[in-house]
Design a protein around this ligand. Structure first.
Ligand SMILES: NC(=O)c1ccc[n+]([C@@H]2O[C@H](COP(=O)([O-])OP(=O)(O)OC[C@H]3O[C@@H](n4cnc5c(N)ncnc54)[C@H](OP(=O)(O)O)[C@@H]3O)[C@@H](O)[C@H]2O)c1
Length: 246
């Protein structure tokens, strides 16, 4: 695969990039800080035992004017990419987002509006070349309206619905859309939060995502038990959701 990764400088994106390079795929990294990109590209080149060159370009989800140039650079370096993985996103606790409306606006814009704008650019490019794979990290937080994640969860709910719509409409045209819904995963994003049962690691998630990329699975809950946790949460009636604190 010739894969572009937006968000590969940290957490789950970095683990996915490592897993792909280690199995011999070509990877292009997009991110917002050149020093981080260079450091990660060197790490990936080292892991591929010198076999891979990992080019990079700047792409900030807060600045859609740069999306075209970033994807052009990836296309040129990879000779036409066939897969795009987006793990980039922002998180804030409900408390922090309510205290800081400007941060809440940025989080909503990055996680929903600008991620969808970026995906639309990718979708057009992949369909023009007959198809490809678009794999985007949403969250189990988007499955139900829940007290601790009212704002963050709503950004991911919108993203999940968009990806589901693409899967329904464009799969037969050759565009494989994969919506990854991680549960709690121990990364910089969740630092300082108490890990619940079934908390996972970026490496666990990466292994599962690489399998989903090979199989073209439309929806992935990871780590695995979160599929069953969310099955239960989806069934809870509204009066129960109003009472419980999770
Ligand atoms: N961790 C969890 O428990 C969990 C659970 C469910 C869903 N998720 C979702 O899974 C994805 C990956 O999460 P993670 O835990 O691996 O997060 P992370 O370690 O905090 O990494 C987030 C990545 O997003 C990038 N990013 C943030 N804002 C950006 C922007 N404006 N433009 C471009 N890149 C930007 C960061 O780049 P910099 O290096 O420049 O900061 C970083 O590479 C996210 O979408 C998150 O919402 C996480």
């Amino acid at each position: 695969m010739k894969t572009v990764i937006l968000g590969g400088t940290r957490g789950m994106g970095r683990a996915v990039a490592r897993a792909l390079v280690e199995r011999g795929d070509s990877v292009f990294l997009l991110g917002r800080q050149s020093s981080d990109l260079e450091k990660c590209a060197k790490d990936l080149e080292h892991r591929s035992a010198g076999q891979a060159q990992v080019p990079t370009a700047i792409c900030d989800l807060e600045d859609p004017s740069g999306f075209d140039a970033a994807l052009d650079a990836a296309d040129e370096a990879l000779g036409g990419f066939d897969t795009v993985v987006i793990t980039a996103g922002l998180f804030g606790t409900q408390e922090k987002l309510e205290e800081d409306p400007e941060f809440a606006r940025r989080m909503l814009t990055v996680n929903f509006t600008n991620t969808v704008v970026f995906c639309e650019n990718v979708r057009r490019r992949l369909l023009e070349r007959g198809g490809g794979t678009l794999c985007v990290f949403s969250s189990v937080a988007g499955e139900r309206g829940r007290k601790p994640v009212v704002l963050y969860g709503s950004s991911k709910a919108g993203l999940s619905r968009y990806l589901e719509g693409l899967d329904h409409r464009d799969r037969e045209k050759g565009l494989v859309t994969i919506c990854v819904k991680p549960g709690f995963v121990k990364t910089g994003m969740t630092e300082g939060l108490e890990p619940p049962p079934f908390a996972g690691t970026p490496e666990q998630v990466a292994t599962r995502v690489v399998r989903a990329l090979s199989r073209g699975e439309p929806e992935v809950y990871t780590p695995g038990p979160w599929r069953f946790v969310m099955m239960v949460i989806r069934c809870l009636p509204r009066f129960v959701m109003r009472k419980v604190g999770f």
